[in-house]
Design a protein around this ligand. Structure first.
Ligand code: ADP
Ligand code: MG
Length: 409
């Protein structure tokens, strides 16, 4: 697609090299960034293979002056294997390219609204030497006019070849453990996953940890209650059985969510914020890597970047382990709910143990009593997520979560 001519690059762009740039344009829903490549006398949206990814990598290393409103930071360097660029080739929200065979360039082209959580989280993990995440190679950020927030437009990390995300490896583990497929017996992953998340929290948290302010506690409660309200409207539209169930129990769920307003003073940290098995990669040797610190897309930007109790990440991860079971049962109808439930409970309790063990003497970072409220919020968020995107083939998952919590076994 041919866009405006080259002269339009005079403002709001970061030149990468003679023929590539990152341009920020006003879109329908705020600003949006895009890599562009010069073709003739026009600038067109870059496509994988045209060199824009390689240009970002070189830009992290050279000392060219940086245009006003942009910031370029190199953290580490990894040698390139070659000069290739290829699409990541997975279903994702953003667009990531594997560049030079050793690095991933993620273009954050979405509406750019600050504050954005990724840069701070990635810097903290990098400074703490957290090894269970791809290494941060560099960041290109753009300063949002008005608010002055720095928002990432390109994130460069090391590429981890031979990894799969948890919607593949955890499903595979569950199917093996439940005898649905053959293969070596599954030893379970909960304890290892809990260990990774616990160490990630230690790397992200201040010592001593920050504390929840009364204002932030109130905002979290209001946001959770608003999400419940929206979830009720979504099930009313899309799933009559869930609507009956959720309406019947709405008052008691409201009490649990409203309790978040009383969490002032509890330890908080810059949590992952959108933690589920799909954000954890695993390689053939069983090593894990946590990715995607862009926060929960369904939260308003300031809450997406705000610190939160560790229990929020824990609740989300535990709920996603349960969702693995719901998916497995959906496609393996002979499996009984009891067998599925036993698998989920076993992995969840191993996760909790691994997590606590990793926190060790800093277990005060984690208030288990908050898991229940964040779990309910997550169930509601899952409904809203599926409903708003009309992702109706996923609706059975939050519907199964509701039944698990509200229908006595
Ligand atoms: P999105 O924000 O679009 O969800 P993610 O950062 O979660 O993007 O990445 C999407 C997918 O790309 C991951 O689930 C994983 O399959 C793959 N991926 C991301 N980063 C890496 C990496 N450093 N090495 C290998 N694969 C990666
Ligand atoms: Mg992701």
């Amino acid at each position: 697609m041919v866009e405006e001519g080259a002269r339009c690059l005079s403002r709001n762009h970061l030149r990468l090299d003679g023929t590539h740039a990152i341009r920020v344009v006003a879109g329908e829903h705020g600003h949006r960034a895009e890599p562009v490549t010069s073709v003739g006398d026009a600038w067109v949206r870059s496509t994988v293979g045209d060199g824009a990814g390689l240009a970002v990598l070189h830009r992290l290393r050279n000392r060219m002056a940086v245009e006003e409103g942009f910031r370029v930071t190199g953290f580490a360097w990894v040698a390139l294997d070659d000069e290739s660029e290829r699409a990541m080739g997975v279903d994702q929200t953003h667009e990531s390219w594997v560049v030079g065979g050793t690095m991933v360039v993620k273009w954050l082209t979405e509406p750019l609204v600050g504050p954005h959580p990724a840069a701070e989280r990635l810097r903290r993990l990098s400074e703490a030497g957290f090894a269970d995440s791809p290494e941060l190679v560099g960041l290109v950020e753009w300063r949002e006019p008005g608010s002055g927030h720095w928002v990432p437009v390109a994130v460069v990390q090391t590429y981890l070849p031979g990894t799969r995300d948890g919607w593949t490896w955890a499903l595979d583990e569950a199917r093996r453990a439940l005898g649905l497929v053959s293969g070596p017996a599954s030893a379970g992953f909960g304890a290892d996953l809990g260990d990774v998340v616990g160490r990630m929290h230690l790397a992200l948290a201040d010592d001593p940890p920050d504390r929840m302010s009364p204002d932030l506690a109130r905002r979290y409660a209001d946001e959770a209650l608003a999400t419940l309200e929206l979830a009720v409207r979504m099930v009313e539209r899309y799933d009559p059985d869930s609507f009956v169930l959720l309406s019947e129990h709405r008052a008691e769920i409201e009490v649990v969510l409203a309790g978040l307003a009383g969490t002032a003073g509890t330890p908080v940290l810059p949590v992952h914020g959108d933690l589920h098995v799909g954000q954890v990669l695993r390689d053939g040797d069983g090593r894990y890597a946590v990715v995607d610190f862009d926060g929960n897309p369904t939260l308003p930007p300031d809450l997406r970047a705000a610190p939160a109790p560790a229990a929020r990440d824990v609740a989300e991860m535990l709920a996603s382990v349960e969702n693995v079971e719901h998916v497995v049962r959906r496609y393996g109808p002979d499996l009984t709910e009891d067998a599925g439930l036993a698998w989920t409970t076993g992995e969840q309790s191993a996760f909790r143990q691994g997590y606590r063990r990793a926190l060790g003497s800093r277990e005060d970072l984690y208030d288990e009593a908050l898991v229940r409220a964040y779990d309910w919020e997550q169930v509601c968020r899952e409904i809203v997520y599926a409903g708003e995107r009309e992702f109706l083939e996923w609706f059975y998952v939050p519907a199964a979560q509701l039944r698990r919590r509200l229908v006595p076994g």
